[in-house]
Design a protein around this ligand. Structure first.
Ligand code: ARG
Length: 457
C-alpha cells in the first residue's frame, strides 16, 4: 500500500484498513480489470505515452497475473485494499518498475467504473439466457399438457375454466417483459467510462475510440464527472431483477399451493422436494419457498443501493464501493433461482384429472349460463341476476348447476331451453375464441408464437 500512502506519516490503523478493504468481494472483477488494463496499456503504447516495448511488457505481465489467478496460485491480500491494487502489485512484482506505468492516464475511479460495466454486460447476457431457459421450461410443460384444464382464479376463487397451458403462458409473457427490460438496460450499460480519470478527464493524448473498440463498447461517456459516479445501470439491473424475482415468486407461490393436499394439482419430483425431520408423510416444496424468500433479499439489495446513492455529491465517493456486494448477490440469486426453478418445472408431475375435476366442480360455468341467456336476447345485467338466483337455488338444494333439471332452469327464465345441457367446461373454453383467450385454438397458436419468439432472438 506504500504507493498510495506516500504523503502520510503513518500506516493506516489496522481496523480502519480492514474496514475499507474490499478485495474479498471485488476480486471477482479480475477478468474485467485485466482485460481493461491490457487494452489501456496497448492504447498508451500506440499513442506514444509509454513506449510500445513497455506496453508489451505490461501486457505480458498482466497475462501472467491472469494465469496465476485462474490457476489459484495468486495471493489476493487485504492489505492491498482492492482488486485493482492487488493486480497492479502482482504486475509490478512480475515486470518491475515499468508495471507502474500502467496507471498513467487512469484513475481507480474510471477503472472501477469500467470493470463494473464490463461485469454488468456479461451479467445481463447470462441473465437473458437464464430467462430464455426458463421460458423453454414453461413451454415444454405447457406443450406436454396441452389439453389439461384447470380452474382460472380471481380472488383465489374458482372463476372460469382455463387451459393449464394458458396459465403457464401468462408467465411466459411476464418473463418476456423482463427480457425486454434487461435488453434495454444493456444499451445504457454499453458506454465506455475509461478516459474520465479521477473526475475531470486526463491530461494525456489518449484514444478513447480505440479503448471502446478494444473493449466492445458501442459508445463513449460524454461527461467525466457522470462517468465516474454513475451507478444507474446497477440500479436498473437490480430493479429489473426485483421485478423478475417478483414474477418467479408468484409462480413459486402457485407451485406451493398446487402441491398442497388442498389443491392436489401437481406433484413435485423428489429431486426438488424435501422431507420433514419429524413428519414422515411430508413432501415440502422448499425450492419454491426459497425462490419466494430470496425475492425479499433482491428487493433489499435494490433498496440498499438506492439509499447509498441518495445524497451523494458529485463525483466519486467511497460510498460507491458498497455497490458490489449487493449487486453480485442479486446476479447470483437471480441466475440460480432461474436455473433451479426451471429444473423443478421440467420434472413436476401434473395431476390432470384432479385439475379437471376442480375445473368442473361448483358453479364455475355460471358466466357461461349468463352468456347463454344473452345470446337468446337477454340483457347481460338481467342474465347475471337470473343466474345468481339460480346459483343460490342450487346451493340451497345442495346441487351443482349441471345436476339441475331443464324444468328447474325454466323456472328462472323462459329463455332456458333443453340445450342448456350443452354448456360444459369444453364449450366454455372453446367459446373464449379471441386473441389472448383460453380457447384451445387460441392457446395452440399462442404456444407456436411463443416458440418462435424463443427461437428467433
Ligand atoms: N475499491 C474502490 C471502489 O470499489 C475502487 C475505487 C477507489 N477509488 C478511490 N478514489 N479510493 O469504489
Amino acid at each position: 500500500m506504500s504507493n498510495i500512502r506516500g504523503r502520510f506519516q503513518k500506516d493506516a490503523d489496522k481496523a480502519a484498513a480492514a474496514y475499507s478493504a474490499s478485495v474479498f468481494i471485488d476480486w471477482r472483477l479480475y477478468p474485467y480489470d485485466i482485460a481493461g488494463s491490457i487494452v489501456h496499456a496497448r492504447m498508451l503504447g500506440k499513442q506514444g505515452i509509454i513506449s510500445s516495448q513497455e506496453a508489451e511488457t505490461i501486457v505480458d505481465g498482466l497475462k501472467a497475473v491472469l494465469e496465476e489467478i485462474e490457476e489459484g496460485t495468486f495471493k489476493f491480500s487485504p492489505e492491498l485494499e482492492d482488486v485493482h491494487m492487488n493486480i497492479e502489485a502482482g504486475l509490478i512484482e512480475k515486470v518491475g518498475e515499468v508495471g507502474g506505468k500502467l496507471h498513467t492516464a487512469r484513475s481507480r475511479n474510471d477503472q472501477v467504473a469500467l470493470d463494473m460495466r464490463l461485469f454488468t454486460k456479461d451479467a445481463i447476457n447470462r441473465t437473458v439466457l437464464g430467462l430464455k431457459g426458463f421460458q423453454e421450461a414453461l413451454l415444454s410443460l405447457a406443450e406436454a399438457n396441452k389439453e389439461v384444464v384447470m380452474p382460472g382464479y380471481t380472488h383465489l376463487q374458482r372463476a372460469q375454466p382455463v387451459l393449464f397451458a394458458h396459465h403457464l403462458l401468462a408467465y411466459f409473457e411476464m418473463l418476456q417483459r423482463d427480457i425486454e427490460r434487461f435488453s434495454e438496460c444493456l444499451e445504457r450499460v454499453d458506454v465506455l467510462p475509461l478516459g474520465s480519470g479521477a473526475v475531470a478527464g486526463v491530461a494525456y493524448d489518449i484514444d478513447r475510440d480505440f479503448l471502446a473498440k478494444g473493449l466492445g463498447f458501442s459508445r463513449i461517456s460524454r461527461n467525466s464527472m457522470d462517468a465516474v459516479s454513475d451507478r444507474d445501470y446497477i440500479i436498473e439491473y437490480e430493479a429489473t431483477a426485483a421485478i423478475c424475482m417478483m414474477h418467479l415468486s408468484r409462480l413459486a407461490e402457485e407451485i406451493i399451493l398446487w402441491s398442497s393436499a388442498e389443491f392436489d394439482f401437481i406433484e413435485l419430483d423428489d429431486a426438488y422436494a424435501t422431507g420433514s425431520s419429524i413428519m414422515p408423510q411430508k413432501k415440502n416444496p422448499d425450492i419454491a419457498e426459497l425462490v419466494r424468500g430470496k425475492t425479499g433479499r433482491v428487493y433489499g439489495r435494490l433498496t440498499a443501493l438506492l439509499t447509498t446513492m441518495k445524497g451523494l455529491p458529485l463525483s466519486y465517493n467511497r460510498d460507491l464501493q458498497e455497490d458490489k456486494e449487493g449487486f453480485f448477490d442479486c446476479v447470483d440469486t437471480l441466475l440460480s433461482s432461474l436455473e433451479v426453478f426451471a429444473g423443478m418445472l421440467g420434472s413436476l408431475r401434473v395431476k390432470a384429472e384432479s385439475m379437471a375435476k376442480a375445473a368442473g366442480e361448483g358453479y364455475i360455468l355460471a358466466t357461461d349460463l349468463a352468456d347463454y341467456l344473452v345470446k337468446k336476447g337477454e340483457a347481460f345485467r338481467t342474465a347475471h341476476d337470473i343466474v345468481a338466483r339460480l346459483v343460490s337455488y342450487a346451493e340451497e338444494k345442495g346441487k351443482l348447476l349441471n345436476e339441475l333439471k331443464p324444468a328447474e332452469y325454466k323456472k328462472f327464465s323462459t329463455r332456458f331451453g333443453d340445450d342448456v345441457s350443452s354448456i360444459t367446461v369444453d364449450s366454455s373454453l372453446a367459446a373464449r375464441d379471441n386473441t389472448g383467450g383460453t380457447a384451445p385454438k387460441q392457446v395452440a397458436a399462442a404456444l407456436k408464437e411463443a416458440k418462435k419468439m424463443i427461437d428467433t432472438d
